[in-house]
Design a protein around this ligand. Sequence first.
Ligand SMILES: [Zn+2]
Length: 250
Amino acid sequence: MYLSDSDGLQAARAQLVSYSARLLDDGLAVGSAGNISVRLGDLVAITPSGISYAEMRPEDICVVATDGTEPDGAEPDGAEPDGAEPDGTEPDGMRNTETPSSETPMHLAIYAATKAGAVVHTHSPEVIALSAGRPELPAIHYAITGLGGPVRVAPYVRFGSDGLAAAAVEALDGRSAVILRNHGAVTYGRDLAQAYDRALLLEWLARTYRLALCYGEPAILSAAELDEVAAEARRRRYGERRSAPGPGQP
Ligand SMILES: [Zn+2]
């Protein structure tokens, strides 16, 4: 769990830069596409717009308020020009040197609707290819229970729009992953490591499904079979941790 202090913020900046490099290495994005964020209490640290991941530095990471309002100590109102994003506000004393990701509204909407501690948005090829031809990623493998079940494809809406944020949140209901048609995917988790692992899992599942289609119409796991897997996974986690699953569990 992160704290809204300078140590937590510094750690988040470094972690976001590190995972940004992984987005390229793992083939989940190219150039500066995609974006990732971490929640720290009522703040969100998010990758900037238009800076290639290969060149990103910790000081380039942007900080915005989760609720879109000016935090205490900032100018009361009237500071925002007409048409400005309602959620691009900067906490006082943490002035961003770069512009926050264009998908900041989508990240903030997901934090508002879930208990996410981190959000990963990718432009990964397997999910984009699937999104152009299928309404969802079906249960080709039982590991999809780690994402809450079959992953929906949200309708196409222009990047950076409030409409896209709303579509993503709606399609995330009961899931920790959503595919955005002709665009990419979003996953969330209790922390960046879990959100990122889910992005990798989602891409792997989409690739596995595409491979399975080579053999004809593949067998898909039923809801009952997935329920059985989820129950067994919970039972084993209870045994290991002797506590309930964390908030990141779908
Ligand atoms: Zn995008």
